[in-house]
Structures are given as structure tokens and as C-alpha cells.
Write a protein that binds this ligand. Structure first.
Ligand code: NAG
Ligand code: NAG
Ligand code: NAG
Ligand code: NAG
Ligand code: NAG
Ligand code: NAG
Ligand code: NAG
Length: 631
């Protein structure tokens, strides 16, 4: 690295010796002048950019960390050559400066140092436009029963559904403030959340990242969240937010998801699109900076039946003109390029215009009023449209102006790098972790509790049958483990929610996707045998409003959790912590009931198993049940 240091030193001396206006201007362009106002800096920078550099700003692609926190040299997906390009190609050759981080961060210092290496590529390239790094949520306790996901470095909280269960906007704001501090410490300055979608269709697979079924509650929660991440105004300590998925992703036909071709329809049998806009209106009031339209296409409405990002009447007509949103619109990931996930082909989500060419899809998205393409790295298609005269450069400028302004407001030109010391100190510190763990416990929602069996008072020496958690922790508390339900005095189970694995499809790769809200018959039978043999308390990870009447009937108590550790579970079971949650949606009684209700209408499920707001409380310690003796 000797050469560049000498070279820059040489330039500095030359500039001092010969302060011609030209050199002075190039050494200190207006866009670098921190005293100038932001709009002037943006215009100055824009005026210096080639169309290729502008087009690069309009793409946000996924970014992988290379082995041992190095800059990833290769394309992401080897089975689609040239797609999801190498980091250096995207930053240097394609002039891209917006990326979303993939993969777990398990070391804060190395994470910050990795980010700085990538940032350096951008800062030393051309005009030196810094990277804005974004991410999907990383603060929710990953939950695969029996095998929790690698938790990463950040503090771990329940899912947004669990925060909604606590009905506490102040807590949500504090949580988001912590997310902000942890993100910024490692260089993340953009959140691809919150989800403002409503769980009006109980089968939808993305309900776990929503705040439930109630539009006004969701509005309150989403506003608090945005305020915590952005602050009252966007600034140099802010994380900008992408509220999604406009105009509400929850009204998916039959609960299928529009990542997939068979789930592309959004339907409004209750003519209730308006209801889904309520949380977005609250988000705008709270200062939401960016909006993401969903993949779905509306069917049976006044709108053209094409995906929301292709839909001018939605993006320009409804979002901008009618609701007055003037921030950035970024599309959901992968609307242009057909790709593969592993060995399975995954077509671009160009619903309603699948026959259009790639360049035509790009044209439609720009024409509809979007500013940025998510999950794509195809700036050459925008360049082609400008060079062929179909899109005016002026239109590209409109979008790039907004995207650059965001970087100036975030202070990225002045402070592009993360501080590894700060990252180590802040990310996942003991205090933040403690608050997260406390909230995991509080968010527990007690659905049933026959004879106040919970909190459980068992004599030490009782034999407990367990499933779905680390039973060593129970032994540490002084209990014996039973090998079978029959020899046990009590059973404690942590169960995965009902879902349809959709094996052998791209959906299957996404984990719990769609389908049945009831356990399959074989699983019902398996559980029933346990419940018949021994009194049982069940904890179900609640990612959707599932149908479990038989579990409620056959067990002593049922807890709904929204992402929690085994320790949190045991603390709640034994009364070291108390459940404080209230359901953020109606729980349905059966698959048949879910099929009957309307996709876009809240609280219309027939004879719900539990209502929105349901959540029992423990009796105080002195009224609680007596210790159970085991012989
Ligand atoms: C920076 O901008 C301020 C405010 O416009 C101006 O007064 C100052 O001269 C500029 N500095 C340079 C080095 O151009
Ligand atoms: C990663 O680092 C470890 C320990 O420093 C080293 O053993 C290993 O070879 C490295 N792997 C790569 C791919 O560089
Ligand atoms: C929705 O939540 C609000 C609180 O934000 C509450 O006042 C209202 O009663 C709830 N609506 C229903 C139908 O439960
Ligand atoms: C989506 O809606 C269109 C238009 O109504 C219809 O032709 C198509 O069958 C629907 N798709 C599914 C999977 O139901
Ligand atoms: C199970 O819990 C014990 C006690 O807390 C702990 O030492 C052990 O590492 C855990 N095992 C796993 C696989 O997490
Ligand atoms: C489907 O996949 C699940 C989980 O990967 C597995 O347990 C199950 O046996 C599979 N079912 C079939 C029918 O292949
Ligand atoms: C690493 C990698 O896959 N690079 C590819 C990036 O995309 C260009 C075409 O746009 C290819 O030529 C590179 O091979």
C-alpha cells in the first residue's frame, strides 16, 4: 500500500503549490463541503455523475460476507452465472452502493472490519459515493424447535408479534432504539422493515413478522418502531426504514405467498383494501423514509392486475398522489431477472407481466414511480432505456436525487466507516441482551391453564418427560427426566406450530410456508398419546393464528410464545417470570374456518378458538396451586 500513500501525498503538495481554481474545485467539490446545504450537495454530485453511475444507485443487491470475513470474491449463485455478482464487480464496475447483508454476524469486530473493507472499495471508487448497508430483521429469537438458529451477536427479542402482544408502544420504541445502536455500530444504516401488513388471512406464512390483525394497533406499533430507528428526524445516528409491503401484503388469496407463482393474487372479497392502508398512514405520520410495494397483484379490483411495483395506479396514484408519500420506493427483491435457488429455477416475480422482457419490466417499474430495484444488479438495463430514449435522464435523476440525499442525511459521506471498537462494545452488550431476554418472557401469552396448574409447583424429584428443548436445563433445576410419557409425572413440550413442509419445492426451502393451520392427523395422534399418558403443559411457537382445539382440550395448559429461549420457557413455566401477552389476532378453530373467512377482512373467523386480546394471568403467589407430590 506504499504507492497510493505517496501518490496522494504528491497530489496534496501539488495542490498547495498551485492553487488554481480548477484544482481547488476538484480537491474540494461542493458535494464534499459539509457547510453547504444538503440539496446543493446532492445537485452538485448528480451533475458530476455519468448515466452508468446514476443507474448503479438504482439497484440494491444482496451481499455475502466471504470466508473469514473477507470481501466475497464470487458470484452468489453459481448455478446462475453472472447473476448476483461478485462484491467488487458490483461496487467498482457497476457503481452500486446499496446492499443488504446476508448471513449471520457472529463477531461484531470482524463484522465491522468486513464492512469497512467493502466500504473502502466504494469510497475509493470514482466519486466516492459511500455504501448504505441494509438488512432484514436480526433481533428476533430464531426458532426451529429443538435447534435454535445461531443467534448472532445482537440482543435477542421476541418476534414483532410478541411485541404486539405486550401492547406497549414505548417498549417498541426502546427496542427499535437498541436495534439502531447495534446496527449502526457494525455499519448497517438501513432496515428492510417494519412490516405493516395485517394478518387478516391466517394462513399467510409471513404473519410472524407482522404486528397482528388490528390495523390501529399495528399503526401504533409501526410508528413507535420507525421513531426508534430513525429518531424524530433522520440524521447521522439514524437507521432509515423501509416500511412494507404497500398496500398491505396480508390479503393474499388462500393465504399463499406471492414469492411464488401460485400465490401471486391479492384478493379483496370484502372490498377492504382501505383497512390495510391504516398502518401505512400511521407510518407516514411517523416519518417513514422508504416504502416497499409487495410482489402480489390485485385481482378483482379497479387496479390493473399486475404486481404492485409495476402498478402505476398504486405507486404513483395511491401511494404518492393520494397519500402524499414523497420518500423512496424500493421494489421487493427479484422482479426482473429469472434466477435459481440452488438447483430449483426461481422465476422473477413479474406477476401479471411475465411475458415482458427484462428491459420492459425495468421500464414498467420506473414508469410506475419506483426509485430502486431490490435484489437485482442490472444497471445496464436502465442505461439501455435512457440511451434508447424510452426513459428520460431527468426521470433517473428524480430517483437518484432521493437516494443520494438519504446518504447525505445519514452522514455517510462524512462518516462512511464503522468503528470496530464501538461494534465490540455495543453489539449484543449485556444490558441489551438482558432487556431482550426479559421481553421474551413477558411476551408469553397464556392461552389455557386448567386448575391454575401454571406456574408449575412440582416437588424436586418429580420425573418429567420433555420434548423440543434442552432437558439438561431441567436437570439443573433439580428435576429427573423420564424416558417415556408413561413413566413420567408430568410432561413439558415445546412444539413447532402446524405447517405444511411443501417438500421438494422452492417454498420448502423457506421453512414454514403456508398450508394447514391444523396439525396433520399423524402428528395429532402422536401428541394425543402423550397427553393421554401424562398431564402436559405445551408451549407452541406462535407464528400464525393456528387451529389447536384438540391440544387445548387434552393438555393442562397451553402457552403461546413468539420467539424465546429454553431458559425463558422454563422461567415462565416455573413462575420465575409471568406471561403478560395478549393475542394480537383471533386464533382460528379449524382449516375449514380459515377457508371460509375473507382474505382482506379482520376478525371475521367463525367461532374463534381464542379472541384477539385473550391472555390469562397467573394467580399471585399466595393464591397459587400447592406443590404437586410425586410418588
Ligand atoms: C462551503 O460552503 C459554505 C456555505 O455555502 C461556504 O461558505 C464555503 O466557502 C464553502 N467552502 C469551500 C471550501 O468551498
Ligand atoms: C480462516 O481462518 C482460520 C483461522 O485463522 C484458518 O485456519 C483458515 O484457513 C481460514 N480459512 C480461509 C478460507 O481463509
Ligand atoms: C384494535 O386495537 C385498538 C388499540 O390499538 C383497540 O382500541 C381496538 O378495540 C382493537 N379493535 C378490535 C376489533 O379489537
Ligand atoms: C389469480 O387470479 C387470476 C385472475 O382472476 C386467475 O385466472 C388465476 O387462476 C388466479 N390464480 C390462482 C392461483 O388462483
Ligand atoms: C443444554 O443446557 C446446558 C445447561 O444450561 C448447557 O450446558 C448445554 O450446553 C446445553 N446444550 C445444548 C446443546 O445447547
Ligand atoms: C418433508 O420434509 C420434512 C422436513 O424436512 C420431513 O420431516 C418429512 O418427512 C418430509 N415429508 C415427505 C412426505 O417427504
Ligand atoms: C464473479 C462474477 O460472477 N462476475 C460476473 C459479473 O457479471 C458480469 C456480467 O454482468 C460477468 O461478466 C462476470 O463474470
Amino acid at each position: 500500500m506504499l504507492y497510493p500513500i505517496i501518490a496522494s501525498l504528491g497530489l496534496g503538495i501539488a495542490a498547495l503549490a498551485n492553487p488554481s481554481p480548477l484544482v481547488a474545485r476538484d480537491k474540494a467539490p461542493l458535494y464534499r463541503n459539509t457547510s453547504a446545504c444538503v440539496d446543493d450537495r446532492v445537485e452538485d454530485l448528480l451533475s458530476r455523475m455519468t448515466i452508468e453511475e446514476k443507474a448503479g444507485q438504482m439497484f440494491q443487491q444482496m451481499l455475502r460476507i466471504g470466508k473469514n470475513y473477507t470481501v466475497d470474491p464470487g458470484a452468489y449463485d453459481e448455478s446462475s452465472p453472472g447473476r448476483w455478482n461478485g462484491t467488487k464487480e458490483m461496487v467498482v464496475d457497476k457503481h452500486m452502493t446499496h446492499f443488504n447483508l446476508l448471513g449471520t454476524l457472529d463477531d461484531a469486530r470482524l463484522g465491522a472490519e468486513w464492512f469497512n473493507q467493502v466500504q473502502k472499495l466504494a469510497v475509493e471508487n470514482g466519486l466516492g459515493i459511500p455504501i448504505t448497508l441494509s438488512t432484514d430483521p436480526r433481533h428476533h429469537f430464531g426458532m426451529t424447535v429443538g435447534a435454535a438458529l445461531a443467534p448472532g451477536i445482537f440482543s435477542q427479542w421476541p418476534e414483532s408479534l410478541g411485541l404486539a402482544a405486550l401492547r406497549d408502544a414505548e417498549l417498541v420504541k426502546n427496542f427499535a432504539n437498541i436495534v439502531r445502536e447495534e446496527y449502526t455500530s457494525v455499519g448497517i444504516r438501513s432496515a428492510l422493515h417494519p412490516q405493516a401488513d395485517l394478518s387478516t388471512e391466517p394462513r399467510w406464512a409471513r404473519i410472524f413478522n407482522t404486528w397482528g390483525e388490528n390495523a390501529s394497533l399495528t399503526g401504533e406499533m409501526v410508528s413507535a418502531y420507525i421513531k426508534g430507528l430513525q429518531g424524530d428526524e433522520i440524521g447521522t445516528r439514524s437507521v432509515t426504514t423501509v416500511t412494507k409491503h404497500f398496500p398491505g401484503g396480508g390479503a393474499v388469496q388462500d393465504g399463499e405467498d406471492s414469492h411464488f407463482e401460485h400465490g401471486q393474487n391479492a384478493t379483496y372479497p370484502g372490498n377492504n383494501l382501505e383497512y390495510h392502508l391504516i398502518p401505512f398512514k400511521a407510518a407516514f405520520k411517523a416519518g417513514a423514509r422508504q416504502i416497499m410495494p409487495y410482489y402480489s397483484r390485485p385481482v378483482g379490483t379497479e387496479y390493473e392486475s399486475v404486481g404492485f411495483a409495476f402498478n402505476k395506479a398504486i405507486v404513483t396514484g395511491l401511494l404518492k398522489d393520494e397519500l402524499g408519500f414523497d420518500g423512496i420506493v424500493v421494489t421487493d427483491w427479484g422482479l426482473v431477472t429469472d434466477t435459481n435457488m440452488g438447483d430449483i429455477p426461481w422465476p422473477a416475480r413479474a406477476w401479471g407481466i411475465r411475458d415482458a422482457s427484462e428491459v420492459e419490466r425495468v421500464f414498467r417499474i420506473i414508469e410506475s414511480g419506483c426509485d430502486q430495484f431490490g435484489g437485482e444488479d442490472r444497471p445496464e438495463l436502465v442505461v439501455e432505456l435512457v440511451k434508447s430514449g424510452r426513459i428520460e435522464e431527468k426521470r433517473v435523476d428524480e430517483s437518484v436525487r432521493k437516494l443520494l440525499k438519504e446518504k447525505f442525511l445519514l452522514g455517510l459521506f462524512e462518516h462512511p466507516y464503522a468503528d470496530p471498537d464501538e461494534a465490540e462494545r455495543i453489539a449484543g452488550n449485556a444490558y441489551f441482551r438482558k432487556l431482550g431476554e426479559e421481553t421474551q418472557r413477558r411476551a408469553y401469552t397464556l392461552l389455557s391453564n386448567k386448575n391454575d396448574v401454571l406456574p408449575l409447583k412440582l416437588d424436586r424429584g418429580c420425573k418429567i418427560f420433555t420434548e423440543g428443548f434442552n432437558a439438561t436445563k431441567l436437570e439443573k433445576r433439580g428435576y429427573k427426566l423420564a424416558k417415556t410419557p408413561e413413566e413420567a409425572d408430568f410432561a413439558l413440550l415445546r412444539l413447532a406450530p402446524p405447517f405444511d413442509p411443501r417438500n421438494g419445492t422452492i417454498e420448502g426451502r423457506f421453512g414454514h410456508r403456508g398450508g394447514s393451520l391444523e396439525y396433520f392427523d399423524e402428528e395429532k395422534k402422536r401428541q394425543a398419546a402423550i397427553y393421554a399418558a401424562v398431564p402436559t403443559v405445551v408451549d407452541i411457537y406462535t407464528d400464525r393464528p393456528f387451529a389447536i382445539p384438540e391440544v387445548v382440550d387434552q393438555t393442562q395448559a397451553v402457552l403461546a410464545s413468539f420467539g424465546s429461549s429454553d431458559d425463558a420457557f422454563l422461567d415462565v413455566v416455573f413462575g420465575d417470570a409471568s406471561p403478560e401477552g395478549k393475542l394480537p389476532f383471533d386464533m382460528v378453530r379449524s382449516n375449514a374456518a380459515a377457508e371460509e373467512q375473507m382474505e382482506d377482512v379482520p376478525f371475521d373467523t367463525r367461532d374463534p378458538l381464542f379472541k384477539f386480546g385473550h391472555g390469562l394471568r397467573y394467580k399471585s403467589a399466595c393464591e397459587g396451586s400447592k406443590g404437586r407430590r410425586c410418588t
